[in-house]
Design a protein around this ligand. Structure first.
Ligand SMILES: [Cu+2]
Length: 273
């Protein structure tokens, strides 16, 4: 059974195995397929048209399935690996162990944003940025420069308190839990973390930075926490909504699963706490 743990509590061996599995997927070319898929949805999801991966109710189930696919790929390399999550409301400094050289490496140098340490630094030779939006082939970050502060626990709690899952017009203008968690409205949780990391994480090719998975694993955990707080609140819309994935409609690109089938994470994985 897969148990997703807080990254801060991983052992040295767990970190080593996670990094090795990620590098193995990179070397085989499978990693970049995930970057390509995410970017295709970022480019295709629009407020007035079809929207599936982002700025829509299916933001949460879509990323849950996307992370499951990635986690299964990791486990095909090393069956002991699970996706860790990054609680950025607690580990909110560039000095966090997350950014140490034995795990994800640190921020980029000021000149060009290039990450200079850790297993994903260009200088380590195993992390070419192939799926990209400009000519730069090295991993970049600028932790805490584009926006100074990561969300606080009080800000997270204010969003978890919202009882309605989502609301018309089911896009970046919506009120409700999903859009506040995603960050287009209000205190801004998920989007702000992408901006805080900077570099590729602030673009459509954000999965080029392995922290993408740890960020989204925590967003996913917050969805589970919200469900526990609001047992009477359901995924909406329930049916008949143009351009939007209703509860029982299948989701691209897989076309074999629905939001309804992904509401309960426990058949797939549990959390450490
Ligand atoms: Cu994201």
């Amino acid at each position: 059974m897969t148990v997703r743990k807080n990254q801060a509590s991983l052992t040295a061996d767990e970190k080593r195995r996670f990094v090795a599995a990620v590098l193995e997927l990179k070397g085989s070319g499978r990693y970049d397929d995930f970057v390509t898929t995410h970017n295709a949805f970022i480019l295709g999801d629009t407020d007035d048209g079809e929207r599936t991966g982002h700025r829509s109710p299916s933001f949460l189930p879509w990323h849950r399935r996307f992370l499951l696919e990635f986690e299964r790929a990791l486990q095909s390399v090393d069956a002991s690996v699970a996706l860790p999550y990054w609680d950025w409301s607690t580990d909110r400094s560039p000095r966090s162990s997350l950014w140490a050289p034995d795990f994800l490496g640190g921020t980029g140098r000021s000149r060009d944003g290039q990450v200079m340490d850790g297993p994903f630094a260009a200088s380590a030779g195993k992390w070419p940025v192939n799926v990209r939006v400009d000519g730069r082939t090295y991993l970049r970050r600028s932790l805490g420069t584009n926006v100074r502060e990561l969300p606080t626990r009080a800000e997270v709690d204010s969003v978890l308190a919202m009882a309605t899952y989502d609301m018309a017009p089911w896009n970046s203008a919506s009120d409700g839990f999903r859009n506040h968690l995603e960050g287009w409205r209000g205190v801004n949780l998920h989007n702000r973390v992408h901006v805080w990391v900077g570099g590729q994480m602030a673009t459509g090719v954000s999965p080029n930075d392995p922290v993408f998975w740890l960020h989204h694993a925590y967003i996913d955990r917050l969805w589970a926490e919200w469900q526990r707080r609001h047992p009477g609140s359901a995924y909406v819309p329930g049916g008949g909504t143009p351009n939007v994935v209703d509860l029982n409609e299948t989701m691209k690109p897989w076309n074999d699963t629905t939001p309804a089938a992904l509401l309960d994470h426990t058949p797939y994985y549990t959390f450490d706490a």
